[in-house]
Structures are given as C-alpha cells and as structure tokens.
Design a protein around this ligand. Structure first.
Ligand code: UN1
Length: 492
C-alpha cells in the first residue's frame, strides 16, 4: 500500500496534495466512491475540499511560481519524461482504479494511461524547442525579440470521462512552459487523480508546482476561476459549466480555454465502404459507452444505401458484449454513475416518445445492480428530435435517411456544436468538400469521430469550445504569453 494514503475504516481515504504534502480537507467531509459495475462495492473515500483549501493550494502554487519559472524548460521537460516512465510502470494499477471508479473497460483506461505517457514525452521534448522569435526591427542596430513566457498559475478543471489523459494533456504543457498548476478533477474520479498526482510527485516535481484539490465543482469551481492569483483556467466538461467559467473569467480578466460538448455527425454516402462505415459508426458511438465528447451520435445516410447500412450497423452492434470492464472479452462497460444512467435512459425514452424507430437495444440490463444500458440505435430519426439535437453522452446513436450529400452536409452543420465530424466516401471531391465545409474543429475522412494525437490540435468551434485549442503546438498559445523585447546595444 502506498505510504501517502491515510485510512478510514476498512477502505482507503485519498487526500488532497497541496504544497508537496498529502493533506485532509478542512471540511472533515469525505466522498465515498462506488463501482458503477457493482454499486454495492465501495472503492474508497476522497476529500471534499472547501474554498479555504483551494486558497491554500493557489497560495502554494503562487509561491512555487518563481522557482519553477527559473528552472530551464529542458530540465522541466526531464521531470515530465520521468513522469512518463513512472506512469507507464503504474499503468495497470491506475487503469484498474479508473475502471472501478467510472466503469469504462480496462483496455480503454489502460490505453488512456499509455496515451498519457505519450503526451508527457511529447511535451518533455517541447522543453527543448524554440521559445521565441527574432524579428527585424525598423531601427538600425536594434534587436527585436518575441519571447514566450509562462502565463502564471493555471487552474485545470477536468472531467471524469478521461480521468488520466485529459488532466495530463492540460498539465503537461502547463508545466513544461513554466506554470504551476492547481488541479480539480471530476469528483467521480478523484481516486484516479490522486494516483496521477503521485506520479508527478515521484518524478521529482518541486513542492507547490502541482496541487490537487478534490471535491465538488459547485463548491470550489468558482474560486478557481476568480482568485486573484490564478492567471488562466483550462476546462473540459459541460456547456453549462463552461459558460459560467467564461463569464467569471471574463469579469476577472483571466485567460480561459474551454473544451465543451459535441453532437458529432457521420455522413455515409452511397460510394462508401459500408462495412467500414458501419463498424466505425458503431465504434464511434459505443466506445467508452458513448461517454466521449467526440462520440458519434447521429449519422446521415444516403437513401439508396440506408437499408443495407442499417443491417450492417445492427450486425456490428450485436457483436458488443456488455459487462464489468475488468472482465476479459467485454466490449462495453456500464455508464459511469446513477446520474448518467438516468440521463441516458431518459433520452432513450424521449427517442421512443418522439417517434424514432428503435432498431437495436434500448433496454437496461441488471448485472450486479450495475448501470448497464444496451447499445441503442434509432432509425428514421428526424432533425427536430431531442436525440438528434442534444448531447446524450451515452451509447445511443440516431440514423437519418437523406436524399444526397448536400442535404447531409446541411443537416450535419445545423447544430450549435462543432467538435468533430466524419464522412465515409470514396469520392475525393466530396471528401475535400466536406473537409472544407463541415463546421467543426476536427474532420475525419473514412474515420471515426473520436480520437486525438498529442502532436495535433484538439478542440471544436461554435459552442464546442472557446480559446486556443489543446495539445500539439496550439498548447503554446494558451500556456504562454508573448513578451516583446527591444534591445539597443549601441549606447555611445
Ligand atoms: C478522444 O476521442 O479520444 O471529453 C478524446 C472528451 C474529449 C476527449 C476525446 N475531450 O471526450
């Protein structure tokens, strides 16, 4: 058992990490975590932090700021590289914890841990790359520089659906570019968060550079955005919370980066490889039990191939095996919580009530009382239905028949969201047209709507996101600011 863990009764209590110490929250309150695959199984307790705890974490980050900034980015990168190695060594344990906390399959949480290691390595290298530009000055003999400098204390507010990779893709660039971090993970995955924070501690991060505060967003979210010593807020989560952060951050003059919801369409044209399209529409919709902001949640299918496509989609959906994500051979776990279960089953009911044709699934399953919902496919859906317009965040996809590509594109774009979109076609012309005209941040030609690579910008447009994109070189935009320096060496 790791020495940093305190104990409450027979299960473990997981603490905040502030200024290099594992400490209890001042509330004395604990949050108990239950396994969504078996809700009678308690996984442990996490701290429920107060505004005062967050203030201490921000103070610690502020105090660590100068020292961290003074360390060369090459050396900061070296700490991230060590963190990558440690994360990889502990990938099984951390992945198992994440599966027990939020239900997605071990293969998915393990993949996330390995993706986390690869993100850390990418940003470790970033510490060796250029930190600015030399520009020509109009004045003779003058040197003009644009130098990238840290923004200051970063608040990272992260969701439960990617409890390992999303925090790392925010914290790794924040850290390598010289910013201390205060991290508030989704409460549902607080235990996983302590294990990720421990990786950074053991990699040698100085005290106060990374601080973890566990608890409820409704209690400690606002102070993270408005505190005078926080310079920038990076958030992934719901549109409602994102809008509140945008409002508060604007009022208090903070930089902000929001990665919000999606309602990602797939367009399937008659010249597509229908087996590939059906498999990737099902994968896109059902991976992680549909709990991805990049999940495929609606598909526009040309009428001439609609019936054949439906048959193939059902065939793939029927291959899905449901159960506890720690079990071998399972291809879909439960949804993360009772709250998710209620929301998703509510949407399935709405789909039926609003007249969509239930083609597959639609029921819940009782396995050990877990939060299981069948992969659910609706057909003959129409543009006005709730299941076509609202983000569901569960294993549900709506198929729609369209006359042609133009109608598909128009309907795919007719949404407040703009995260990702896919087109399945062999036509170079239509693929290029879609690439140029689909209103999203990420386009897949013959690919599924989800997925991300550390070196590529990640994020949406319209209501799916605000501020500079995450990951790749885009991260430089958010986690640094330019300082323009003019040097006049000839003073005589
Ligand atoms: C992916 O599709 O692999 O919360 C990444 C989400 C996104 C990340 C998706 N921010 O689902």
């Amino acid at each position: 058992m790791n020495e940093y863990l305190g104990r409450v009764n027979i299960v473990t209590n997981y603490l905040n990490f502030i200024n290099g110490e594992w400490v209890s929250a001042s509330s004395g309150e604990k949050h108990e975590h239950f396994n969504p695959a078996n809700p009678s199984e308690s996984i442990g307790f996490t701290e429920v932090s107060t505004v005062g705890d967050v203030e201490k974490a921000i103070e610690a980050a502020k105090a660590a700021s100068a020292g961290w900034k003074a360390m060369s980015s090459v050396n900061r990168g070296e700490i991230l590289r060590k963190a990558a190695d440690i994360l990889e060594e502990r990938a099984d344990d951390i992945a198992k914890t994440a599966t027990q906390e939020m239900g997605k399959r071990f293969i998915e949480t393990k993949g996330e841990a390995l993706r986390g290691a690869s993100i850390l390595r990418y940003y470790a290298q970033e510490g060796m790359r250029k930190k600015g530009e030399v520009l020509p000055s109009a004045a003779n003999g003058t040197t003009l520089l644009a130098v990238r400098v840290p923004v200051g204390v970063v608040a990272a507010i992260t969701p439960w659906n990617f409890p390992i990779a999303i925090p790392i893709w925010k914290m790794a660039p924040a850290l390598v570019f010289g910013n201390p971090v205060v991290w508030k993970p989704g409460q549902e995955t607080g235990i996983t968060a302590t294990k990720v924070a421990k990786v950074f501690e053991d990699a040698g991060l100085p005290a106060g550079v990374l601080n973890l505060v566990l608890g409820r967003g409704s209690v400690i979210g606002d102070v993270l955005t408005t505190h005078k010593d926080v310079a920038a807020v990076t958030f992934t989560g719901s549109n409602a919370v994102g809008q509140n952060i945008a409002k508060l951050a604007t009022a208090t003059g903070k930089k902000f980066q929001l990665e919000l919801g999606g309602k990602n369409p797939a367009v399937v044209l008659e010249d597509a490889n229908l087996d590939l399209a059906a498999r990737l529409v099902v994968d896109g919709a059902m991976k992680q039990t549909g709990q991805r902001c990049t999940a495929t949640s609606r598909a526009y299918v040309e009428a001439s191939i609609y019936d054949e496509f439906v048959e193939k989609v059902i065939e793939y959906a029927d291959k899905i095996t449901i159960g506890d994500g720690l079990q071998d051979g399972i291809t879909m776990g439960p949804v993360a919580s009772k709250k998710q279960f209620d929301t998703v089953t509510g949407y399935v009911q709405k789909g039926k009530d609003e007249g969509a044709e239930l083609l597959y699934g639609g029921s819940t399953l009782d396995i050990n009382g877990g939060y299981y919902i069948e992969p659910t496919i609706f057909g003959n859906a129409t543009h006005e239905m709730s299941i076509v317009n609202e983000e569901i965040f569960g294993p549900v996809v709506a198929l729609m028949k369209v006359a042609d590509y133009d109608e598909a594109l128009q309907k795919a774009n007719d949404t407040i969201y703009g995260l990702s979109a896919a087109v399945f076609t062999d036509s170079l012309e239509k693929a290029f047209h879609f690439m140029e005209n689909s209103e999203v941040g990420m386009v897949q030609i013959n690919g599924e709507t989800g997925g991300a690579e550390p070196q590529a910008p990640f994020g949406g447009i319209k209501s799916s996101g605000q501020g500079p994109k995450e990951q790749g070189q885009s991260a430089v935009e958010f986690f640094t600011t330019n300082k323009t320096v003019t040097i006049n060496p000839y003073t005589k």
